[in-house]
Design a protein around this ligand. Structure first.
Ligand code: BG6
Ligand code: MG
Length: 220
């Protein structure tokens, strides 16, 4: 039995939201706009362009096209500064255990992320070789909740969507998985991710029996 397991990156494999927060806050404050943790929460799973648009909306600012482009580049530069210091110690609890288990069971494993920095991040935390396919922000034209990122992932894994499982920490990502006709597994809070087929607080809460049941098709 073989299934396709597609992992989101930010918030599922590593907690990069804290670095996005620092970089966005610096940019927002530079424009005289406040930036809170609550606002950062709302940017989870949201593309880089859309994130800056939202910050400007919240702050009631408009920028020229040139300023917008230059700030996008600045934010990413700042973010990459934090990424460059990452290592395997930043992999979230039991993620490596699950990936090793899937590898031992000869399952198909892909990354499905909105980030254009997915490959460098996986490289920094030494997980790049754990994935049979990588789909990131450079490969898609439509952002989550559009299912494109996961459908491309399934195709690259040579798996049917209904034989794929998605791990997601964002509402938009769970919706994308559902629309793709895949099993959606929310990683995070129940009240936020209630649209997911299954929800675990983190991977330490997901049993090996559950993963085995997915592989054998006893969980649909
Ligand atoms: C998502 C993050 O995975 O990627 C968002 O949750 C982020 O916060 C988006 O904005 C795009 O990431 P990047 O690395 O291309 O700026
Ligand atoms: Mg995420």
């Amino acid at each position: 039995n073989k299934k396709g397991f597609i992992f989101d990156l930010d918030g599922v494999i590593v907690d990069t939201a804290k670095y996005h927060f620092l970089a966005w806050r610096k940019l927002a404050n530079g424009l005289g706009i406040d930036f809170t943790h609550e606002e950062n929460e709302q940017l989870k799973g949201v593309s880089r362009v859309r994130s800056l648009e939202k910050i400007l909306e919240w702050g009631g600012k408009t920028l020229s096209k040139e300023e917008f482009t230059s700030l996008m580049a600045k934010k990413n530069e700042e973010y990459l500064g934090y990424i460059s210091k990452m290592d395997a110690s930043e992999i979230l609890p039991d993620v490596s255990k699950v990936l090793d288990f899937l590898e031992a069971k000869h399952q198909a494993v892909a990354l499905g992320s909105a980030s254009k920095n997915a490959r460098p991040i996986l490289e920094k935390v030494s997980l790049l070789e754990k994935f049979n396919a990588i789909v990131d922000g450079n490969d898609v034209t439509k952002a989550k909740p559009d299912p494109e990122v996961f459908l491309i992932g399934a195709k690259l894994l040579d798996m049917q969507p209904q034989d794929c499982v998605v791990f997601e920490d964002s509402v938009a990502g769970v919706q994308a998985a559902n629309t793709a006709n895949m099993i959606s597994i929310g990683i995070g809070e129940k009240d936020v991710l209630h649209e997911a087929d299954y929800i675990f607080k983190d991977f330490t809460e997901m049993s090996q029996e559950f993963v085995e049941a997915i592989i054998s098709g006893n969980v649909t």
